[in-house]
Design a binder for this molecule. Structure first.
Ligand SMILES: CC(C)(COP(=O)(O)OP(=O)(O)OC[C@H]1O[C@@H](n2cnc3c(N)ncnc32)[C@H](O)[C@@H]1OP(=O)(O)O)[C@@H](O)C(=O)NCCC(=O)NCCS
Length: 209
């Protein structure tokens, strides 16, 4: 069997690393961790980043406005923008191109994939998964330059998941551990553990876990 050239090269590099001692993968990951830690410290007091809490990771190309509350170990990746009033819990992962408005509360261990905007009035409980390009709304009958007195609140309850590119109309509650299928349009409340798909989203079954 012929070993592909790429694999041979990798293997060779690995061997050299072992021999040289300081270029093997252990050392590389240590270096990366060190650099990451350093970046976390550097966020302290820098313009556009909160000074009171530096125990989260913010990519150098993310914008975290001063005043935003970010929990420990949460990671905020490139081109995300978190406004000053937002509250994000610990151990969350906020991926590239996520926008979080002021009146937004996000729990702990929440995953928000790329390209999601979270508008005023959104409440996201612990352990929620939000798929890429899912869309939330907070105004049921929008008109340019006309603002409701208060934006409608939308609740995503503990452990619920929202599939890629789903659209969630304002004011709905997505129940605990519910699953919203990719591309669904959710126009009314989803009960706990329900799996919903389609436009308008309809229940296809209940999940017991
Ligand atoms: C909703 C979902 C969880 C259902 O998965 P499943 O339990 O394996 O369901 P099945 O594939 O057995 O489909 C059941 C029925 O629902 C339909 N269906 C499944 N997902 C659908 C969707 N997103 N939109 C419309 N219909 C869908 C199927 O066509 C099937 O219909 P049928 O019974 O008439 O043939 C899954 O399809 C889905 O959309 N997951 C989200 C993926 C995602 O966005 N991940 C983000 C991370 S990258």
């Amino acid at each position: 069997m012929t070993i592909p050239f790429k694999v041979q090269r990798k293997a060779k590099r690995g061997e050299q690393g072992m021999k040289m001692g300081n270029s093997n993968w252990m050392d590389k990951s240590k270096k990366l961790l060190h650099r990451w830690g350093h970046q976390m410290k550097k966020t302290k007091g820098e313009p556009g980043l909160p000074c009171d809490n530096s125990s989260f990771f913010s990519h150098k190309h993310a914008l975290v406005e001063p005043g935003a509350e970010i929990g420990e170990r949460t990671r905020i990746w490139a081109f995300a923008h978190i406004l000053a009033g937002a509250k994000i819990g610990a151990d969350c992962n906020i991926c590239d191109h996520v926008f979080v408005e002021n009146d937004v509360i996000i729990g702990e261990r929440v995953t928000i994939k790329c390209g999601v905007q979270l508008w005023d009035g959104l409440r996201v409980a612990d352990d929620v998964f939000i798929g890429p390009n899912a869309t939330f709304t907070n105004d049921i009958f929008p008109r340019s330059k006309q603002y409701p007195e208060e934006f409608m609140q939308t609740h995503i309850q503990t452990g619920a998941s929202i599939g890629a590119n789903a659209t969630i109309l304002p004011g709905v509650t997505i129940g605990e551990k519910a699953m919203v299928g990719a591309g669904s349009v959710v126009i009314k409340d989803v009960p706990p553990y329900a799996v919903v798909v389609g436009n308008p989203a309809r229940i296809i079954r209940y999940e017991e876990h």
